[in-house]
Ligand binder design. Structure first.
Ligand SMILES: Nc1ncnc2c1ncn2[C@@H]1O[C@H](COP(=O)(O)OP(=O)(O)OP(=O)(O)O)[C@@H](O)[C@H]1O
Ligand code: SF4
Ligand SMILES: [Mg+2]
Length: 345
């Protein structure tokens, strides 16, 4: 680590500095799972970056590799069975994959933090929520019990938990799903991370609460100028919050674009299919055109374009040649041989 890559905070901690505004760079990343049945390539050459103050959505069906990407960034994949045969994940210019374990562990929480997909069940049922938040400050910041609890109350207030001072001693089961998710958000931002990854942060919640949680995440992201990665299978939920979107299919990025552009005219048939399956308020009663067929088995990814067995536009070349992710118009990338036709369709 060079001196100019880091600064020190008031309490003496080392803080990494973004390189030209870039917090995170995932560069040609591969993740495989070596299982008794064979090798599954879950991440297959993925590259993207995240800037300070930017919200990036990762969109894709179940099994497309969204959570594995997040786990690779956090450094929490079980290795084995996971193997990273190739690629870099740079945080403020430092490659997390070659960083000594101890140094990397220290990035988890204060630098890069995550709200997990099963967050609602990951609070410990036998401890009061305030205690669980306070524990973050005790362990990482060395605060005494009373200061840590005051800090926990302030954070509970910030994530809009009503009567936080009284409820700091309540147990997880005494909170609704939406309130528990607010507590998980509080824990994820407690150490003021530069990057926050939210893996399906609203899936288990009803529609009104989903919107409130997304608003809260957006407010916190703007206030703290965090880089936010929003993982979702539902573009409708993140469209108002995300600046850019990357779309994953079978472990590859198939489209990358500004959210408005992608929403208005996708450049990949898979993205088009996903958009057509979102219920739209302005088209009430319209039948949803879900994408036919199933995602491939990652041990036997089809040759050519992995999407070809499900694609209405597939032609001969799609079954033999794998399309590269390429810039179709400035700032918009697609991995389809016929991206220009898709945009114009
Ligand atoms: N520990 C593991 N061992 C073997 N395969 C795994 C393991 N963890 C993940 N996978 C495989 O990697 C692929 C990608 O999984 P991942 O959890 O990233 O999907 P996802 O896009 O997050 O889906 P979902 O929307 O269902 O959460 C899946 O096929 C999954 O079965
Ligand atoms: S490359 Fe071919 S199969 Fe793949 S998305 Fe484009 S048209 Fe469909
Ligand atoms: Mg997942």
């Amino acid at each position: 680590m060079t001196v100019q890559d880091t600064t020190r905070t008031d309490d003496g901690r080392v803080r990494y500095e973004p390189q030209d505004g870039v917090l995170l760079e995932v560069d040609d990343l591969f993740v495989e799972f070596h299982t008794p049945d064979g090798v599954a390539t879950a991440i297959n050459g993925v590259s993207f970056d995240l800037r300070q103050g930017e919200s990036l959505a990762i969109l894709g069906e179940s099994g497309s590799g969204k959570s594995v990407t997040a786990q690779a960034i956090m450094g929490i994949l079980d290795m084995p069975p996971a193997v990273i045969p190739h690629g870099h994940i740079r945080y403020c210019g430092q490659d997390l994959l070659t960083m000594p374990d101890e140094q990397r562990r220290k990035t988890r929480g204060p630098e890069i933090s995550m709200i997990f997909q099963d967050a609602l069940s990951s609070l410990n049922p036998v401890f009061p929520v305030g205690w669980q938040i306070a524990e973050m400050f005790r362990v990482h910041r060395g605060m005494n019990k009373s200061d840590a609890l005051q800090q926990a109350i302030r954070l509970m207030e910030r994530v809009q938990i009503p009567a936080a001072r009284e409820r700091v001693k309540a147990y997880p089961h005494q909170f609704s799903g939406g309130m528990r998710q607010r507590i998980m958000i509080a824990m994820a931002i407690a150490l003021d991370p530069a990057v926050l990854i939210a893996d399906e942060p609203t899936t288990a919640l009803d529609v009104t609460v989903q919107a409130q949680i997304m608003n809260l995440l957006q407010e916190l992201q703007e206030e703290r100028q965090m880089g936010l990665i929003l993982i979702t299978h539902d573009l409708g939920v993140v469209a108002d919050v995300a600046d850019r979107i990357t779309v994953m299919y079978a472990g590859r990025l198939v489209e990358k674009a500004e959210v408005d552009e992608l929403y208005a005219s996708p450049a990949h048939p898979y993205t088009r299919g996903l958009l057509e399956s979102i219920p739209r308020l302005d088209q009430k009663g319209q039948t949803l055109a879900a994408i036919g067929g199933l995602p491939p088995n990652l041990m036997r990814i089809p040759s050519g374009c992995a999407f070809n067995p499900r694609c209405r536009m597939a032609r001969d070349i799609c079954r033999t040649d794998c399309p590269e992710l390429r810039e179709v118009t400035p700032g918009r990338f697609s991995a389809c041989h016929f991206a220009e036709e898709v945009v114009d369709a």
